[in-house]
Design a binder for this molecule. Structure first.
Ligand code: GTR
Length: 386
């Protein structure tokens, strides 16, 4: 007779720092073969790729980059709500693989009267893009605020690559382009598909003469923030990767088990991460990695993590620690001078440094004009536009 042990799942989700286990975090710079990485060559050539591969295998699933053809069409629209301060290009992206086609749509708002290629922000949106862009007061994607600062603003809806729905998520690139992925334990699911979508947007930006693709930032909020981080880790073409309140499976350390846990996210959203990740339900201590290593994988390109005070579900402290520990790569390998407060508090703060940005704002889980203002300030600093 075997008596099942009371699993951690049966412990309630908590916001209690005293219940956080003692953290044993895998090292960022100690490679799996035991060597300690000390040079940019070894980081970029060996350790960074091995970390990304580990995350693909155990957390997000594969991110296949092969297809047969990609093509872009764009149409300038003269009838949109942001006409007073921007020009809108509606872009259609067709991707073909093995005789099947997937079509994505992108809205690209350009500052009016811009004469040179513009730096750009791309938002991975899990909110309905038509609704978000129809409302000029919308703060989730504040077109006016972004273009008035001299940036192009682009947005795509995850619906076009993998619908954010447990029953429909394959109704996109998984059914059309990469059906084989559906049978792999480390196969692509929604988060990898969304990152794939952001990469196809970058394919387009590289061809768009009105945009400076070497100064592009990928942004996501919450589930979109998880996808943004996964994009930035895989695709080195992004100059800045921005996670807004991405929480569990995003910027927050899984092993803290504060707020949302691996079990909870895999149960609530079984179609986001690959099946292998489910092995760690209530077994966070068994994870061979943690999210600080994902953040590190973005180095040497710039990285931004934002949290909000009331968003305990996303574990602001876990996001902060992850950034502080993960950003060792910038300081120890690239010699960037970084300073973080030694102790985390839930006080409002902004820490903008070379390559690494952070803020904690008051209020609840959301992407707001305040957050965008900080991202814009940080980008100005990175690009020397201040
Ligand atoms: C929550 C989920 C979080 C976060 C959030 C969001 O329900 O538990 O991981 O992704 O949704 O996307 O707003």
């Amino acid at each position: 007779l075997s008596i099942p042990l009371l699993s951690m799942a049966q412990q309630a989700i908590h916001y209690d720092e005293s219940k956080v286990p003692d953290l044993v975090l895998p090292d960022v710079l100690a490679g799996y073969a035991g060597e300690l990485v000390k040079s940019t060559n070894r980081w970029e050539g060996k350790r960074r790729p091995e970390l990304v591969a580990k995350f693909a295998d155990q957390v997000y699933g594969q991110l296949p980059g092969d297809f047969d053809a990609i093509s872009f069409r764009s149409e300038l629209r003269s009838d949109h709500p942001h006409l007073a301060y921007s020009r809108l290009k509606e872009v259609t992206i067709d991707i073909l693989r093995n005789g099947n086609k997937q079509t994505m749509h992108l809205k690209l708002y350009l500052p009016k009267g811009a004469s040179k290629p513009m730096p750009v922000f791309v938002l991975i949106s899990h909110r309905n893009v038509e609704e978000v862009t129809a409302d000029i007061e919308n703060r989730f994607f504040p077109v006016k605020q972004i273009v008035e600062r001299g940036y192009a603003a682009a947005i795509f809806d995850v619906e076009y690559v993998a619908p954010d729905d447990a029953h429909r998520y394959t109704d996109g690139i998984l059914d059309q382009l990469y059906p084989e992925q559906k049978s792999f334990p480390n196969g692509m699911k929604a988060l990898s598909a969304w990152a794939w979508g952001a990469m196809r947007v970058m394919d387009y930006l590289e061809k768009e003469s009105e945009v400076d693709a070497s100064r592009a930032a990928v942004v996501g909020h919450s589930r979109g923030g998880k996808a943004a981080l996964w994009t930035g880790a895989n695709d080195t073409r992004w100059a800045i990767t921005i996670s807004n309140e991405s929480g569990c499976g995003g910027a927050a350390l899984s092993k803290r088990m504060f707020g949302e846990t691996v079990n909870r996210i895999n149960t609530g959203f079984p179609y986001w991460f690959c099946d292998n990740f489910k092995k760690y339900n209530d077994q966070e201590d068994q994870l061979p990695l943690d999210q600080h290593q994902l953040l590190a994988s973005i180095a040497p390109r710039a990285l931004y993590v934002a949290s909000s005070r009331d968003d305990l579900w996303a574990d602001p402290k876990g996001e902060f620690l992850s950034l502080r520990i993960g950003s060792r790569v910038y300081s120890e390998i690239y010699g960037v001078k970084l300073e973080f407060p030694e102790h985390f508090t839930l006080e409002v703060k902004t820490i903008h440094q070379d390559y690494v940005g952070y803020h904690l704002r008051e209020g609840k889980h959301d992407l707001t004009a305040y957050d965008w203002g900080k991202f814009l300030d940080f980008a100005d600093g990175q690009y020397g536009l201040k």
